[in-house]
Design a protein around this ligand. Sequence first.
Ligand code: GRF
Length: 203
Amino acid sequence: TKLCVLISGNGSNLQAIIDAVQAGRLNAQITGVISNRPNAYGLERAREAGIEAVCLDHMEYDDRASYDEALKSQINAFGADCVVLAGFMRILTPEFVDSFTGKLVNIHPSLLPKYKGLNTHQRAIDNGDKEHGVSVHFVTPELDGGPVIIQSRVPVFEEDTPSDLAERVQEQERRIYPLVLSWFSAGRLSMRNNKAVLDEQEL
Ligand code: GRF
């Protein structure tokens, strides 16, 4: 299974996926990494792992549509059975999303449908939530709205700062994203009628 991973920053999720492939826990090939930001540390992580990494700087495009066109051609040049958004901080056009329907996934640091959008850890703390977490979902045109594949919950402690909470959430991210991708690589995971379906497997 060919994976193309899109990033914007640190790339901790990308690193988890790279590590899983290298450890033989994920039977897939990362054909390329694309960042919309030139200074994304994730680009460095990719190169260190011998993976082709390019920056498509969104500042160099006049509008969202032309950026997404360039993104689509780069993805197709790498080859992708699944496009993996990993800390990718751009809103994609419906046309782009529709062209990768069922093979475009994202990880969002909240228990969706709670806290779509940004600053999810601060919001959970401000609301006095006792529980928070992370969701991996198929991407549909609705921002952070696609069918959820898996969620992982973490406790919120009284004295938590947003970064304490982010760290606890990211520990779970590193675990569940490679797991979801291993299901996809095994041909067990699909999106049908806007629902995520994990095919039953004889045990
Ligand atoms: C992570 O918290 C992830 O949930 C969100 O972006 C943050 C940074 O991701 N999507 P990464 O370290 O760049 O993978």
